[in-house]
Design a protein around this ligand. Structure first.
Ligand code: IMP
Length: 193
């Protein structure tokens, strides 16, 4: 194993998913939970880039990773999107279900997106995006995962929510898994961090 790669996040669920995938290629991850300001922006990548600006200005030494992700619900015009963390903290899962009451079934279509930002040893930035389409269930099921996982049924699965899947299953179908796979493909071309 090489030196652990620092992942700036306060979210242990993200760390567990990233660490499991990177371990498969012999890379270790170290969580740094100091946090950084999440700017208000229109896209996940802008939030991640601003986070990297702040971390670099406040003593972070490359290489490191950070990630911004969100749930975009069709029937809510893409809400909560870049505000997903805030929505989870304030509305919670019952609040999201309540917002969808009365919305036609097609409006429950949703997608998760993740933007994984890698700041390489030279300070260059590489953004990797992963998406997963699916729908919001009528009620929460499953005890695994984190965040909105009990409500999200990914396309391409067997109807279970992310929270009802084993971590490896979520990694194959999920937005974060896909962003990490793109990161690993790029590392294979450019060499290890
Ligand atoms: P942020 O990336 O720190 O802004 O937070 C993203 C928020 O989106 C999390 O707090 C969760 O509410 C939600 N989220 C992102 N990825 C996932 C996931 O894989 N499962 C469930 N919820 C997620």
């Amino acid at each position: 194993m090489s030196l652990p790669l620092t992942f700036y996040t306060t979210n242990k669920g993200k760390v567990a998913e990233l660490a499991a995938q990177l371990a498969q290629v012999g890379l270790a991850v170290r969580q740094d939970a100091r946090g950084y300001p999440e700017v208000q922006a229109d896209t996940l990548e802008e939030v991640a880039q601003a986070g990297a600006d702040w971390l670099l200005a406040n003593g972070a030494t490359p290489p490191f990773l950070l990630e911004d992700s969100g749930l975009f619900v069709d029937g809510l015009n893409g809400f909560p999107g870049v505000y997903s963390r805030h929505a989870l903290d304030t509305l919670g899962l019952p609040g999201l279900l309540a917002l969808l009451r009365g919305v036609p079934a097609s409006g429950r279509a949703a997608r998760f997106e993740a933007c994984l930002l890698y700041v390489d040893p030279a300070g260059r930035r590489h953004a990797f995006t992963g998406r997963c389409a699916g729908r919001i269930a009528e009620a929460g099921t499953g005890a695994g995962g984190f965040g909105f996982d009990p409500l999200f049924v990914p396309d391409g699965g067997d109807g279970r929510t992310f929270a009802a899947m084993a971590p490896g299953e979520k990694a194959v179908l999920g937005h974060r898994g896909r962003a990490v796979a793109a990161f690993l493909a790029s590392l294979r071309q450019t060499g290890k961090p």
